[in-house]
Design a protein. Structure first.
Length: 393
């Protein structure tokens, strides 16, 4: 909650930074793009560090990096300095506090309902943004952006010793049967490594799903509010629709993980892709018919399915590649998500600038989302995968 929720507060700093530093919109948003890319590209390294040094060192360093980023931000005045602090340092912190180490820890405690457990962790990402972003917006209304960053950095710095002294050794031990399961079911000659995982279809199938899903979703998400305003909706209605969609993603993330545990991932993942495509199609229809009813339908369809694939891919990865290198392997898979997000955001701007319309972006998004679901029908290991197998460790 803290890592992702705090990092996402950058969206409320855009206008104050533009006014005070005379930056263009592309310059201010590029900081957020750097943050997304660094988060994803550092995930494989975070996974390897987790496997080698454990959660105490990783989470403490991540929280320290986040605190230092916001304590340094009020002192900077140039764009490259913001890249280094709010972009790079925050990105590293978000990866260190994010789903790569969390998925590895959770897999040590749950087997039979692993999808449900990881879904709860993913929901925490949405809840963090839901509660932290409005609080920071209030800070900005009563203080300047420099003072707000300083307050955030001070609060986060106070959390560092608390994070360090958490019972990480107990968390890392997992369920009492975890060691027995490792000794009995993972022989040294069958231990997964990054190299052996990358030789399998199931690894590249999960990379494919994450990459094209984020391409399709971020082509839409970065421009939803601007699009709705241009279609005649008030800024308040547009922002409320965006916020409600994000809030509904918590419902979708929690429910899809639990359903996947019962009926298998292929059917529920396919259903979520249909829901996302329906949502984007509704936005396309609104270019001709900007009706409030279509907007409500879009928020429901797109919001509930937003982020729903993440916990399923995470739980499949931790099961398929179980072992001491699971975090490093999942870190590489997770990195494809950030690369796709960056490409989707870029395509959104390029297609709009080239055509002067949002319609090509919507069509592009639909195609990417359709392609994203293909591995669950074409890769046998994913097509026939069952979430509930084996005993609960």
């Amino acid at each position: 909650m803290i890592g992702r929720g705090t990092a996402d507060t950058y969206v409320v700093f855009l206008l104050p930074l533009e006014r005070d530093l005379s930056w263009t919109r592309s310059q201010t948003t590029s900081v957020y793009s750097i943050y997304l890319l660094v988060t994803g590209l550092s995930s494989p390294i975070v996974g390897m560090l987790f496997d080698r040094f454990g959660p105490r060192a990783l989470y403490t360093c991540g929280m320290t990096s986040l605190a230092c980023a916001y304590l340094l931000a009020p002192q900077v005045h140039t764009l490259w300095q913001f890249y280094a602090t709010v972009g790079v340092m925050t990105g590293i912190a978000a990866a260190s506090l994010g789903m790569v180490p969390s998925s590895s820890l959770i897999s040590r405690w749950f087997r039979e309902r692993l999808g449900t457990a990881i879904s709860a962790a993913f929901a925490g990402l949405g809840l963090g943004a839901l509660f932290i972003v409005p609080g920071v917006q209030y800070l900005l209304q009563t203080h300047g952006w420099r003072e707000s960053y300083q307050i955030m950095g001070g609060v986060l710095l106070a959390f560092v010793p608390l994070v360090f002294f958490l019972p990480w050794r107990r968390f890392a031990e997992g369920h009492p049967e975890y060691d027995q399961l490792k000794r009995s079911s993972v022989a040294p000659e069958h231990e997964w490594t990054v190299r052996t995982a990358m030789r399998t279809r199931m690894f590249w199938g999960l990379v494919w799903v994450f990459f094209f899903t984020s391409v399709g979703m971020y082509t839409i998400m970065v421009q939803t509010v601007a699009y709705l305003v241009e279609q005649g909706f008030s800024p308040i209605v547009a922002a409320t629709a965006f916020g409600t969609s994000s809030m509904l993603s918590v419902v979708g993330v929690l429910s899809t993980g639990a359903i996947a545990d019962r009926i298998g991932p292929r059917r529920i993942v396919s259903l979520t892709f249909v829901g996302s495509i329906v949502g984007v199609t509704l936005l396309l229809l609104m270019t001709w018919f900007p009706l409030r009813g279509l907007l409500i339908a879009y928020v429901l369809a797109f919001g509930i399915c937003q982020g729903a694939r993440g916990p399923i891919v995470s739980s499949i990865s931790t099961r398929l590649f179980a072992g001491k290198n699971v975090a490093a392997i999942y870190g590489i898979i997770f990195a494809s998500n950030a690369v796709g997000a960056g490409l989707g955001s870029l395509m959104a701007g390029l297609l709009h600038d080239f055509s002067g319309s949002y319609r090509p972006s919507f069509v592009f998004s639909v195609c990417a989302l359709f392609i994203a679901g293909l591995p669950f029908w074409r890769v046998p290991e994913l097509r026939d995968f069952r979430m509930r197998h084996g005993s609960r460790p």
